[in-house]
Structure formats: structure tokens, C-alpha cells
Design a protein around this ligand. Sequence first.
Ligand code: BV8
Length: 248
Amino acid sequence: MRHRDIVILTGAGISAESGVPTFRSDDGLWLGHRVEEVATPEAFARDPAKVQDFYNQRRRQMAEVQPNAAHRAIADFAARFGGRLTLVTQNVDDLHDRAHAETTPAPGFELIHMHGELLKAECTATDRVLDWTEDLDAYHDSPFSPDGWLRPHIVWFGEFPLHMDRIERALSSCDLFVSIGTSGEVYPAAGFVRRAHMAGARTVELNLEPSLGASLFDACIHGPATEIVPAFLNSLDTNAWPNADSRA
Ligand code: BV8
């Protein structure tokens, strides 16, 4: 079957080989912190300096990392694919943006950051968003309102993900859903495979190891993203599904 409407969901695993730490390592810490200490509105209210510093460190790291072969394979595919391609990323790094900036995506391509972006800041009073590459102080004056501060433009746990209407529309019409580099632990993203399946899409997981939701996929391909993502996307060109495991 030649696919005409594809949704790709990516998570921290696609950026791992670029040197960007993933969220869930064995000790349950994330860059030395528990998630609830640094990635919730309550944590920001309780200790804004700690939360700003956590994101300042990650924002600074963006200057030291580059897109890898998996990011570039998706960008190259987006440039040659004649159908509709919606790339939904949970990641807040700009590696997909940079990979696609090196190509000319075809008209049917859209990149959606559902959990925000490290290189943007947001005014707490007006919700207005602006590009931001510098450190943010605990109480950083907002250029939009004297009553607000600048916070990271990041969707924290307990906050609504962004662009869910666009994501829902894409999931309801796709004929192929590809999940890349995500543990399937965070909702609503972890439930997208079910939505796609209900829409009649074929579903495939590309991940280093079986994710929590692996059994929900029609096919699973396991290995490092820089190897399995280019191979899989090339197989779509020739319409030959790769030798993928059956349901994990
Ligand atoms: C919300 C920004 C209401 C922060 C992030 C049921 C329904 C709805 C909500 C919930 C629910 N149950 C629980 C909830 C609440 C909560 C939630 O999911 N909690 C979890 C912990 C149980 N969800 C929320 O609060 C969300 N908001 O629900 O609002 C709502 C409900 C419905 C509809 C609309 C609204 C908001 C969640 C957003 C939180 N913010 N990011 C920041 O970045 O600082 S989430 C964070 O986790 C990142 O975005 C990250 O991308 C994401 C998921 O993690 P992964 O990307 O999967 O990363 P992880 O490390 O876990 O896994 C990496 C994978 O890669 C692994 O599988 C590994 O094997 C693989 N890998 C590693 N190396 C490689 C590799 N694969 C290939 N190659 C490699 N080299």
C-alpha cells in the first residue's frame, strides 16, 4: 500500500544520539532532578530559580548539539514525500527544526511541538511567546506586561499540550502512524497510537527497545534511531515494509 497521509510522533530517543539526555534513565532522575521538582507549575511557583536554572542548562546545551541521521532522514523524506506528513514531537529541542531548515519540505509537511520549545519564552500574564536563547532569571521581566514574568515556553506536567486540535485532525485521517524514540509513558501522546489505529492507520514503533505501548503497534522495529529510521523511511519509497517484528 502506498501511504498518502502519515503522522510521525517523536520523543527524547530520537535526540539521544545527538547527546541530548532522555527523561527516564535507570535511577529515575532527569539531569539529577525528579520530574516533579522541575517540570510542573507547582515547582515553578515554589522555586522559580531552580526551575529556570534547569531549563537554562538545557537551553545552553542546544548550541553544542546537532541534528543526527534520524532527524535528517525525516527531513529528507519530508522533502520528497508527495502526500501529507505531520511530524508531532514531544521534544523541546530544536533538532527537527534545524534538520528541516536544511531542506525544502514539500507542501504537505507540518512540524508540531506539542510540549513547547526550549528556545522560546512565554509571558505569564499574557501567554505571549517570543524566541529566547539566553538564560532566564527567577523573576525575569516580561516585555509584554509589567504584571508578568518570562517562563520557559514548555508544557509542564498537569498543563495542556499545545495544538491538540491539529494533532487530533491528523490522527483521524492518517493511513500510517510511526512512533520514534518514545517510552510511551506520557499522555496524551502515549495514546496517539490508539487514535490512529481507530482511524484505520497502520502503526509502527521504531525504538531502541519495546516501549510500554509496543503491543499496541502492528509492527515494531528495535535499534538505534540513526540506523532504523533512515532504513524504514527508505523502505516506504519502495513500498516494501521492512522485516519488522510482529506485535512485540
Ligand atoms: C495533560 C516538557 C490534560 C518538559 C513534557 C492520562 C491522560 C491524560 C493525562 C494523563 C494521563 N495519565 C497521566 C496523565 C498526566 C501526565 C502524564 O502523562 N504523566 C505520566 C508521567 C504518567 N500528562 C500530562 O500532564 C500532560 N498534560 O495530560 O493535560 C490533557 C489530557 C488529555 C488531552 C489533553 C490534555 C502534559 C505532559 C507534558 C509534560 N512535559 N515535556 C520538558 O521537556 O522539560 S513530557 C516529557 O516526557 C518530554 O516531552 C518527553 O518527550 C516526554 C515523553 O518521554 P519520552 O520522549 O518518551 O522520553 P523517555 O526518556 O521517557 O523515553 C525515551 C525512549 O527513547 C525510550 O523508550 C528509549 O528506549 C528510547 N531511546 C533511547 N535512545 C534511543 C532510543 N530510541 C531509539 N534510538 C536511540 N538511540
